[in-house]
Design a protein around this ligand. Structure first.
Ligand SMILES: [Zn+2]
Length: 69
């Protein structure tokens, strides 16, 4: 009986999801958690409006630096 890997949807030879796919998915989920948790931490001391302006200022600064250089 062939098993289809639920992550990459290709045939898996050993009746379970590919181990490298499981590992990849796990790392992706961890990365998503990190991305989600950073704004949450910043939100403790700042509201999202202030944060947006701050990020925009930083991006503007970086853009200007690139143009100058
Ligand atoms: Zn797979």
């Amino acid at each position: 009986m062939l098993k289809i890997c639920s992550i990459c949807h290709r045939i898996s030879g050993n009746n379970q999801d590919h181990l490298h796919c499981i590992e990849k998915r796990r790392l992706e989920l961890e990365n998503e958690d990190v991305k989600r948790s950073i704004p949450e931490k910043l939100d403790i001391s700042k509201n999202s409006n202030d944060l947006g302006l701050e990020v925009k200022a930083i991006l503007d600064h970086i853009t200007r630096e690139k143009e100058d250089g």
